[in-house]
Design a binder for this molecule. Structure first.
Ligand code: 4LM
Length: 402
């Protein structure tokens, strides 16, 4: 039954907890520890000879329901929930790489993933090379005998570059490397990297999966022995455990994921088309636009273009800041994938972790502005953008007249 479910059904039903009272909605197992009938039972559970909960850092029924649902949706053997998206990223890197290993990752990544790979991993003797994954020959050339893993996001935070994941997976397989994709911007409803040959898929569940801006969480979907390493090394020993209450909130949020993604994508597409045609806007970054270099991957790699877009204005830094400050309906806040539309300035916020040269090399301009299209009526969002852009188009009309 489970494997035949459509994704819209699976976000509601896959891996459901069978609860003895028959409650429709799964209860929250809000307990740090679990009672054993006798010492033999406890010992058998610790030894892995008997299944059953022990202690929530080692596994919890509510968290396990979220993990089963995610594993089903991503087409993985299993999944492991973590306390944040960064806990999920670090669980993969610290759990699977060792001193002397080499990692190749994209030049542009979420700001804290960038600081994790560029500042923290070298402290543990893990070497890192950052390469633009648009150039797979450059990725191939960066491979060394000690290279173990490829890591990228697609679409990339914050400028929505898109990479050919099937080609990345083929390269990883050929060179016997583990491929890891951060699928946060897409969710498994819009992109399933494992179906393209990628080994490990992770998410910040803080974003679309939960969707309501009230939880910080992460999840890693993987197969076989890797799952065991993530559970035992990363979760048990490093300890970034997802709380049962937060897992329950994400499960509740996920029931509307399909509906929400549809509206996020529709709103983002409408905003991107409006902005692209506006005289005060010089560039719009959104894979749903024909002008986007990754547009051809829509419909094959990606089911839709997602709810995040970015733009550059025909304006200097102060004017760009003033534009953002004029927005009323878009809240100035980091994060994405919430019901509320959000706007932020990557260079000084989500990607402020970059050295200026590295940020420019990653394609993140000083005046780049990122929007997360929420679930509001798009006419209201358009009106907000229009009023905030108006002073800029008035000045460009004036310049043209002079
Ligand atoms: C943001 N992003 O961009 P936690 N992977 C990706 C992300 O965008 C993020 C994380 C991991 C933003 C947060 C402030 C692609 C986060 C990290 O924040 O640790 O759940 O996820 O606005």
């Amino acid at each position: 039954m489970a494997s035949k479910m459509h994704p819209e059904t699976a976000v509601i039903h896959a891996g459901r907890l069978r609860e003895p009272q028959g409650s429709l909605v799964s209860p929250i197992y809000q307990s740090a520890t679990f009672v054993f009938d006798d010492v033999q039972t406890g010992s058998a559970r610790f030894a892995g000879e008997q299944s059953g909960p022990i202690y929530t850092r080692l596994g919890n029924p509510t968290v396990a329901e979220f993990e089963r649902r995610m594993a089903h949706l991503e087409g993985a053997d299993g999944a492991v929930g973590f306390a944040s998206g960064m806990a999920a990223v670090s669980a993969v890197l610290l759990g699977l790489l060792s001193s002397g290993d080499h990692l190749i990752c994209n030049t542009c990544l979420y700001g804290c993933t960038h600081s994790l790979v560029s500042e923290q991993l070298p402290r543990f003797g893990i070497e890192v090379t950052q390469v633009d994954f648009a150039d797979l020959e450059a990725v191939r050339a960066a491979i060394r005998p000690s290279t173990k893993m490829l890591l990228l996001e697609s679409p990339v935070n914050p400028h929505l570059a898109v990479y050919d994941l099937a080609a990345v997976a083929a390269l990883a397989r050929e060179a016997q490397l583990v491929s890891v994709v951060d699928n946060t911007f897409m969710t498994p409803l819009l992109q399933r990297p494992k179906s393209l040959g990628i080994d490990i898929v992770l998410h910040s569940a803080t974003k679309y999966l939960n969707g309501h801006g009230d939880v910080i969480a992460g999840v890693v979907c993987a197969d076989g022995d890797t799952l065991e390493l993530l559970r035992h090394r990363s979760l048990k020993d490093i300890g970034g455990v997802l709380s049962p209450h937060d897992a329950w909130l994400i499960l509740r949020g996920m029931k509307t994921l399909a509906l929400r993604m549809e509206r996020h994508c529709l709103n983002a597409q409408t905003l991107a088309e409006f902005l692209e045609s506006h005289p005060a806007v010089t560039r719009v970054y959104y894979p749903g636009l024909e002008s986007h270099p990754g547009h051809h991957l829509l419909g094959s790699q990606m089911g839709a273009a997602g709810g995040v877009l970015a733009l550059e204005l025909d304006a200097d830094f102060e004017q760009a800041v003033a534009f953002v400050n004029r927005l009323k309906l878009f809240s100035i806040a980091v994060s994405l994938g919430d019901a509320e539309s959000l706007v932020q300035h990557p260079a000084s916020m989500t990607h402020a972790t970059y050295q200026v040269e590295d940020r420019h090399r990653a394609g993140i301009g000083d005046t780049l502005i990122r929007l997360s299209a929420g679930l509001e009526n798009v006419a209201d969002l358009l009106a907000d953008l229009r009023q905030a852009l108006a002073p800029l188009s008035q000045s460009s009309t004036l310049e043209e007249a002079l």
